[in-house]
Design a protein around this ligand. Structure first.
Ligand code: URA
Length: 208
């Protein structure tokens, strides 16, 4: 099998995180070359994935912001600092988790773009197929809707585990950036992260 180390990252892109397989590497390159929707020609970088090569839990955000667009990595701005802290607080170790977004390119004014999300959806599905996580953490309402269409609204669903009719278990959280909106949202975020910690301890595979 061709290993990721055999590939050179394309000029200007960050190294490829994730599985060390040819199919993952090819998918990453395909995303980086994508022009399926207008966002593809407006971005600086496509934002594919950061995290372990065999994560059992994957965080799914909405769309890259300006810092992510500059660096080509998900959640590396202000929201990323909040998320990284939550990951630590949830007791997740390096290699156990991965982070990706519904949209791989930054939408103008950071406004979520449902048309782009439809065009991008096959990439999300292929990423999850290759990563094979047993647990997903959708961040915010768009990610929740995409991963668990019959879930109640995010403020009702966040902080409680769900088992969709098929696929991985889901533990929704409000979007990390939403925790900056008010004291009430910050405190909701903190208490949901504590609940995530307990769920992580229950769900962690034996071999991790
Ligand atoms: N918000 C997201 O949903 N994703 C990112 O990568 C950054 C901010």
């Amino acid at each position: 099998m061709t290993k990721i180390a055999d590939y050179r990252p394309s000029e200007g892109h960050p190294p490829i995180d994730g599985p060390t397989t040819r199919s993952w590497c090819d998918l990453t390159r395909e995303i980086r070359a994508c022009r399926r929707c207008p966002l593809g020609s407006q971005r600086e970088h496509a934002v594919v994935y950061r995290g372990g090569s065999r994560p059992w839990l994957v965080f799914v955000g909405e769309a890259p912001g300006s810092q992510e667009d500059r660096e080509g990595r998900p959640f590396v701005g202000r929201g990323g600092r909040i998320l990284d802290r939550a990951i630590e607080d949830a007791g997740l170790g390096e290699g156990e988790f991965g982070i990706l977004n519904l949209l791989k390119c930054r939408p103008p004014k950071n406004r979520f773009d449902p048309g782009a999300a439809r065009a991008c959806r096959p990439f999300l599905d292929r990423q999850l197929q290759l990563l094979q996580p047993t647990c997903l953490v959708p961040l915010g309402r768009y990610a929740l809707r995409a991963l668990d269409p019959t879930a109640p609204p995010i403020m009702q669903a966040a902080g409680t585990a769900r088992a969709p009719t098929s696929g991985p278990l889901v533990f929704p959280l409000i979007h990390p950036a939403a925790s900056l909106r008010s004291h009430a949202m910050a405190s909701r975020w903190r208490s949901d992260v504590l609940r995530l910690r307990a769920w992580v301890a229950e769900q962690r595979p034996q071999s991790t």
